[in-house]
Design a protein around this ligand. Sequence first.
Ligand code: FES
Length: 142
Amino acid sequence: MIYSEKVMEHFANPRNVGEIPDADGVGEVGNAKCGDIMKMYLKIDNGIITDVKFKTFGCGAAVATSSMATELIKGKPVEDALKLTNKAVVEALDGLPTVKLHCSVLAEQAIKAALSDYYRKQGVDPEPIVGAVPDVETACGI
Ligand code: FES
């Protein structure tokens, strides 16, 4: 299996690993089949994602895609994070082997789950804005 240099670099030095104790939104998604779990924390101020951290019991591709995904949304408006797709994350990493593409979905879904949590805490129904976040079984897209 061939990984791009960017994937290897983000796997070796993942950005934004950790947790945010007073996060405004927390999302957790996982895949029952591979057992990988992703937890995403967002700090949101005036509609801007001022901080983001993630923790994962995931494979290398899940670590690299989450690292890149957090870099792509940090400092950006919530609207940008809502539009982030796993495809954009994979492109930013110069691609992933096809069999590992499902791993990148974990990061996208964890961000969506964290945004849903954020809206719920604001008293806003997240589903019209964020859409349905797949449950744990389907989050990995297998
Ligand atoms: Fe499940 Fe990579 S194998 S996230």
